[in-house]
Ligand binder design. Structure first.
Ligand SMILES: Cc1ncc(C[n+]2csc(CCOP(=O)(O)OP(=O)(O)O)c2C)c(N)n1
Ligand SMILES: [Mg+2]
Length: 361
């Protein structure tokens, strides 16, 4: 007897529900009573923030150019647009005591840790004078001296490693706090939640910093996250969270001061969500077809962190010429870093056999 043909229904591709895209607008929401006041900076501090953000912007623009010229190979993820996040956060921690760890979008973090732009640029261009002897490249840089623990290519890995760094701070009773930076995409990773659990259970001194730049490669937060208010992601572990306008360096600094107070007083981990935006593609090879030019232009025009601080400085009576002079100084530093890199030799072939783990452990 012939079998009746099976009725099949064509498989439907699951589609994420349509939601309005998140807007980079001033936000301060929190759980667990965390506060986020705007930092009252002196004029000198504001100028420092301005210079730091400008240095990151110009450095990244130069890196983009060198990549285009073929002088940087491999992966290269630029931080343009997100400068206020790392500038505000790093300005509040204690160098030599606290530790920092991040993913592959790491050039700005290194500059904000005070690492010499020359050796960062030399690393990007694969030179022997680079911070990883030219063998690490954009994603694999490290400086224990500056409390900078990488530079990691595996999405989310730095969250577990950062929790380990926080464990070390507690174990050694050195008073340090770890800032563990990760992206909105990484915040959907399983190991992030294992880390949250252990961090809260052991009351570890760590600030989990979500740099929510709205996209993970080509996927927007709204398409990938069931709970898109990422500051709430620690709730079920009793980790307090705060959402901050990551395009405003003074808001970032104000919020992290409160977070640090909490963590340093032995309160255990804190989660910060910084709402920000990356202007360039995910990496240099991303044509960014998943968003419109208008979307990018709109953020640039309305929320650029550098322009925003510039406007505040001008309002305080600073002269346009003074800011131009600073831009000139920063451009010179970056030019010198590029020249230093280009003039440095490539690593010797024998370097292929060093820094390679051959023993068993
Ligand atoms: C475990 C793992 N899965 C996937 C990738 C590929 N990958 C590299 S970056 C990235 C997106 C991460 O986005 P997000 O965390 O938002 O950081 P952003 O790039 O926006 O800074 C993905 C999926 C990877 N490197 N590691
Ligand atoms: Mg992202």
């Amino acid at each position: 007897m012939a079998k009746a043909p099976r009725k099949t229904t064509p498989a439907k591709k699951p589609t994420a529900p349509k939601r309005a895209p998140a807007k980079a607008k001033p936000v301060v929401h929190s759980t667990g009573g965390l506060k986020a006041p705007i930092y009252k900076a002196t004029k000198a501090e504001m100028l420092d923030f301005y210079e730091q953000m400008l240095l990151i912007r110009r450095f990244e623009e130069k890196a983009g150019q060198l990549y285009g010229l073929g002088l940087i190979g491999g992966f290269c993820h630029l931080y343009i647009g997100q400068e206020a996040v790392v500038t505000g956060l790093q300005s509040a921690i204690s160098p030599g005591k606290d530790s920092v760890i991040t993913g592959y979008r790491d050039h700005g973090h290194m500059l904000a840790c005070g690492i010499d732009p020359n050796i960062v640029m030399a690393e990007l261009t694969g030179r022997a004078s680079g911070i990883s002897k030219g063998k690490g490249g954009s994603m694999h840089m490290f400086s224990v001296e500056h409390g900078f623990y990488g530079g990691h290519g595996i999405v989310g890995a730095q969250v577990s490693l950062g929790t380990g760094l926080a464990f070390a701070h507690k174990y050694k009773e050195d008073g340090g706090v770890c800032l563990a930076y990760f992206g909105d995409g990484a915040s959907n990773q399983g190991q992030v939640y294992e880390s949250f659990n252990m961090a809260e259970l052991w009351q570890l001194p760590v600030i989990f910093v979500i740099e929510n730049n709205q996209y993970a490669m080509g996927t927007s937060v709204n398409r990938s996250s069931a709970e898109d208010q990422l500051y709430r992601r620690g709730e079920s572990f009793r980790i307090p969270g705060v959402q901050v306008d990551g395009m405003d360096v003074l808001a970032v600094r104000g919020a992290v001061e409160e977070a640090l107070k909490d963590v340093r007083s032995g309160g255990g981990p804190v989660l910060m969500e910084l709402k920000t935006y990356r202007y360039r593609g995910h990496s240099m090879s991303d044509p960014a077809k998943y968003r419109s030019r208008d979307e990018v232009q709109d953020v640039r025009e309305k929320s650029d962190p550098i322009e925003r601080l510039k406007a505040a400085l001008l309002k305080q009576g600073l002269k346009e010429e003074e800011l131009k002079a600073m831009d000139k100084k920063v451009r010179k530093t970056v030019m010198e870093a590029a020249d230093f890199a280009e003039e440095s030799p490539e690593p010797e072939l024998s370097e292929l056999y060093t820094d390679v783990l051959v023993e068993q452990y």
